[in-house]
Design a binder for this molecule. Structure first.
Ligand code: PAF
Length: 290
């Protein structure tokens, strides 16, 4: 595995692979890698001849409820440990902030996906998805991959990326990889390490709440307000501060209608536990229950 910081060197490397007729996969990350990321890398290896993992803590996507920089300063940076986990990748690409945003963050051209960026997480983190879409578009142009892989835990992010890729005609196939969970069901996330030992014991209640909402949908409950208020009660009783729990259409995250089939829906949630903001989602597969 080779570590590359400069775009020019990365392009030379990718061009030489292409000249040999090899397909290239990109796994974009912000580092602090866990088993969920390594599963993306494994899936990348199955979908291409060469795998680039980018590690870039993207300042443009950090935004809290007041539009400030969120936890950017304190986001865990573990570059050496991350590289040690990436033996299966061909290249770790880690550009500097100046190389990515040469005009400074505020003056930079942006990618905005209307409709889907301002709802759910976008409502609580203004500007977040513009930051995500912008960095992912830049990485696509820097790496020029054939395929790129993203975790389904960040369901809204995955839809935002699919949308701008389609709208802006990027020749990249987007693959969503199922959420990797701890033994108790908690979705793996770099932010889980913000949980205290006691909070960690309760954290899987977020997933349990989604599972119980899923059961309600399967049993025929179609009133999102009922599902939402039961979920809030369950979460608040466990010490969470829920932002939202919503039943939405999987395809575009629009509000679900009573006539929508359960299989077309996703239950999506964000809730704070201590200083960790946890997100998760669950859907109903065509042949039964997750
Ligand atoms: O999911 C993430 O880790 C980030 O949002 C991404 C896709 C790497 C963009 O910075």
């Amino acid at each position: 595995m080779k570590i590359i910081h400069s775009v020019a060197e990365l392009r030379r490397q990718v061009m030489s692979w292409r000249a040999a007729g090899e397909r290239v996969a990109l796994v974009p990350t912000m580092g602090n890698l866990h088993v969920g990321h390594l599963q993306l890398v494994e899936a990348a290896c199955c979908n291409a001849d060469r795998v680039v993992v980018s590690i870039f803590v993207n300042p443009m996507q950090f935004s809290d409820a007041s539009g400030n920089g969120g936890d950017f300063e304190h986001y865990p940076r573990t570059f050496d440990a991350d590289c040690a986990k990436l033996a299966a990748a061909d290249v770790v690409f880690s550009p500097t902030v100046d190389a990515v945003y040469p005009n400074g963050l505020d003056a930079e051209t942006r990618v905005e996906v209307p409709g889907i960026s301002d709802i759910l997480c976008g409502e609580y983190r203004p500007g977040h998805f513009v930051g995500v879409a912008t960095i992912v578009a830049k990485l696509f142009n820097m790496v020029q991959p054939d395929v790129a892989l993203f975790g389904e835990k960040d369901f809204q992010q995955l839809l935002v990326i699919r949308r701008f890729v389609a709208d802006l005609c990027f020749p990249v196939k987007i693959i969503g990889v199922p959420t990797h969970r701890e033994a108790d069901g908690l979705a793996m996330s770099s932010r889980n390490q913000y949980l205290s030992r006691d909070e960690r014991r309760h954290a899987s209640i977020l997933y349990q709440t989604l599972q119980s909402a899923q059961q309600q949908l399967i049993a025929g409950e179609r009133d999102p307000a009922v599902i939402r208020s039961r979920a809030f009660v369950q979460l608040e009783a466990a010490g969470f501060r829920p932002e939202y729990v919503e039943v939405r259409r999987k395809q575009d995250l629009r509000i679900a209608k009573e006539s929508d089939a359960a299989e077309e829906l996703v239950i999506i949630a964000a809730a704070w536990l201590g200083r960790a903001r946890l997100i998760d989602n669950i859907s109903i597969p065509l042949r039964g229950i997750d």
